[in-house]
Design a protein around this ligand. Structure first.
Ligand SMILES: NCc1[nH]cc(CCC(=O)O)c1CC(=O)O
Ligand SMILES: [Mg+2]
Length: 322
């Protein structure tokens, strides 16, 4: 045997030399759940270690994450039912607790990069990402609502907006609207290939945002398809997206690679709530080593081609690096 691949595995030193993929806290965006009120830190049952924070508690959490080197936070609001309506009016009303919190976070930590979520579901009585009429999700009518939501978030100081709704044409629509209103510097991280996945349930628990009727299959992608991701990627590229996101991550590593190879934009991957819950649940039962399973899955997402990983593990990973 002239070629013995095991030679390059013979010691920790050599293994470190040839390591192709290295994780860093700088790779991560930490999603955070915001609730109204003060002094609230409510656990999300299906996501051990993850909480819904009131603003004062969230500021404490953000400060400790910044100290650990996490720079970017994706903030999701959880609204109570009484604030929801068919049109997601609360999403663009002035001075809501979400918009006020975004403003305060940016004032308190100007160095933090704050990402927001653009979709109707947390504010919609139907629990859908778009406007529902007779059981149908209306595309173009939804764009107008997303536009108002986007401008409200940009005014509150969002650095990156994250349209997660999967309506057609929204990246171009929102890009033009932002530019026309003087927000040329607000970035768009598009949920480009977002699949109709079973792995979002813990998130929907966290926000009480599950659809009341039907499912999201007329707008989110079919898990059996990959070619469609190229169409979605091309459209978002042409419409001015700054990042293309694939979601979920672990069951869609091929899609991450596909978009990475096809488009010269940074690819983001959302390591979603169900992926987090799976590892936490089995680690809690002692069925696998949670830290190693976390590191290995994050590595696989980066190795597949994700430049940016949205993950609930961000802080746990950062703490391990200390
Ligand atoms: N706009 C909805 C939205 N934005 C982020 C997530 C899921 C994130 C996660 O599971 O961690 C979802 C859920 C959904 O589409 O139903
Ligand atoms: Mg699209």
């Amino acid at each position: 045997m002239l070629r013995r691949p095991r030679r390059n595995r013979k010691s920790p030193a050599i293994r470190a030399l040839i390591e192709e993929t290295r994780l860093s806290v700088k790779d991560f965006i930490l999603p955070l759940f915001l609730i109204d009120g003060i002094n609230q830190k409510v656990p999300v049952k299906s996501m051990p270690g993850i909480y819904r924070y009131s603003l004062d508690q969230m500021l404490i959490e953000i400060e400790s994450c910044l100290k650990l080197g996490i720079t970017t936070f994706d903030i999701f609001p959880a609204y109570t039912e009484d604030k929801k309506d068919r049109w997601a009016t609360e999403s663009h009303r002035e001075d809501t607790f979400y918009l006020k919190a975004l403003f305060t976070i940016k004032q308190t930590f100007p160095e933090a990069c704050v990402m927001t979520d653009v979709a109707m579901d947390p504010y919609s009585i139907d629990g859908h990402d778009g406007l529902v009429e007779n059981g149908k999700i209306l595309n173009d009518e939804t764009l107008e609502i997303l536009g108002k939501m986007t401008l409200a978030q940009a005014r509150a100081g969002a650095d990156i907006i994250g349209p997660s709704d999967m309506m057609d044409g929204r990246v171009g629509y929102l890009r033009r609207l932002l530019d026309k209103n003087g927000f040329q510097d607000v970035s768009i991280m598009s949920y480009t290939a977002k699949y109709a996945s079973a792995f979002y349930n813990p998130f929907r628990d966290a926000l009480d945002s599950a659809p009341k009727a039907g499912d999201k299959k007329t707008y989110q992608m079919d898990p059996s398809n990959s070619q469609e991701a190229l169409i979605e990627g091309q459209l978002d590229f042409d419409e001015g997206a700054d990042f293309l996101m694939v979601k979920p991550a672990l069951a869609y590593l091929d899609i991450i690679k596909l978009l990475h190879d096809q488009f010269p934009l940074p690819i983001a991957a959302y390591n979603v709530s169900g992926e987090y819950a799976m590892i936490k649940a089995s680690a809690t039962n002692g069925w696998l080593d949670g830290e190693r399973a976390m590191t290995e899955s994050l590595l696989s997402i980066k190795r597949a081609g994700a430049k940016v990983i949205l993950t609930y593990f961000a802080k746990e990973f950062a703490l391990l690096q200390q």
